[in-house]
Design a protein around this ligand. Structure first.
Ligand SMILES: NC(=O)c1ccc[n+]([C@@H]2O[C@H](COP(=O)([O-])OP(=O)(O)OC[C@H]3O[C@@H](n4cnc5c(N)ncnc54)[C@H](OP(=O)(O)O)[C@@H]3O)[C@@H](O)[C@H]2O)c1
Length: 285
């Protein structure tokens, strides 16, 4: 699991550990971290494909993997390249998880589950305050200076990079289900969950508004809690009801986890296949 050291992912991981799952957690500075539940902690920086490769190699040397939970992610207020040259939000939220999935496919147990955390912000119809995506072109997202229609405001560019990366997570889940129907594949929208550290890069006033004002501007059923989204997230990984999913998009709405249709672009099969192939090239596969 990635993204198990904070937010609702930490709650989900605790539920999984309490249910008897043997957790392997990829985290930055893993050696010095106590996650608050029983887990093997391994070093993983999602901003580095080299780190993803090292992590995957260690995991692949162990027992088969019953569930791969890709939850790590951040939301930045500007575009920055990683040390490997990819736009940071795209690299952390999408490309690293794509590579991790591809590298671990050979060691997934029969019927294993793969869960990617997306976000309602991926869908322009949700009318989120986060600038929505306009495409899922991996090359333009990885190298924004190649995008023929770049977002002019730096903050909106950061928001759009985030919503686009979450679109990529959902499209990856759908394409994985097409290419590997032998696994149970899902995307998860936890709803709007105040109180996590997702926007830690934001100025203090945005962080304050995120907790106090933004929930008031949203449709009431879109807001969730760390506890409810963590519980639902764990259920996707554990419950027998989710043993045979084919790229289903599960979303927290009104306190419940329901199956929903993602955005029109996320349902575009050709775009999903292109994203998969382009991501493979970018990740050096
Ligand atoms: N909160 C919301 O309203 C919301 C809504 C929709 C979707 N989501 C998605 O839900 C997921 C979890 O978010 P959250 O709200 O629970 O945020 P959070 O509290 O900030 O948790 C983010 C997790 O991702 C990990 N992470 C971030 N960058 C990493 C990196 N470079 N390498 C390894 N791990 C890294 C963090 O690890 P560290 O402890 O090392 O920082 C942490 O465990 C994200 O994918 C986010 O996009 C959140």
């Amino acid at each position: 699991m990635t993204g198990a050291t904070a937010g609702f992912g930490q709650v989900a991981a605790r539920h999984m550990a309490e249910a008897g799952a043997q957790l392997v957690v990829g985290a930055r500075g893993a050696a010095g971290r106590a996650p608050g539940f029983a887990a093997e902690m391994l070093e993983l920086d999602l901003a580095s494909l080299a780190s993803v490769r090292a992590f995957a190699e260690t995991v692949a040397a162990g027992p088969q993997v019953g569930a791969l939970v890709c939850n790590g992610g951040l939301q930045f207020t500007s575009l920055e390249p990683t040390s490997e040259g990819f736009e940071r939000t795209f690299a952390v939220n999408h490309l690293s998880h794509y590579l991790l999935i591809r590298l671990l496919l050979p060691v997934l147990a029969p019927g294993a589950r793969v869960i990617l955390t997306g976000s309602g912000t991926h869908d322009p119809a949700e009318k989120s305050i986060v600038t929505p995506p306009c495409h899922a072109q991996a090359d333009w997202l990885a190298f924004p200076d190649r995008d023929p229609n770049p977002e002019k405001s730096p903050r909106n560019a950061g928001f759009r990079a985030y919503s686009s990366s979450k679109l990529c997570n959902i499209m990856t889940a759908r394409e994985l289900a097409v290419r590997h129907p032998e696994f149970s594949t899902m995307a998860f929208d936890p709803g709007y969950v105040p109180g996590t550290r997702l926007g830690r890069d934001n100025p203090a006033w945005i962080a304050w508004a995120a907790g106090k004002i933004i929930p008031l501007t949203m449709k009431r059923d879109r807001t969730s809690t760390v506890a409810a989204s963590g519980r639902a997230h764990a259920d996707l990984a554990l419950s027998a009801a989710h043993a045979s999913e084919r790229g289903t998009y599960w979303a927290m709405r009104g306190g419940r986890c329901i199956a929903m249709a993602p955005s029109a672009l996320a349902q575009d099969a050709a775009a999903c296949a292109k994203l998969w192939d382009d991501s493979a090239r970018l990740a050096g596969l």
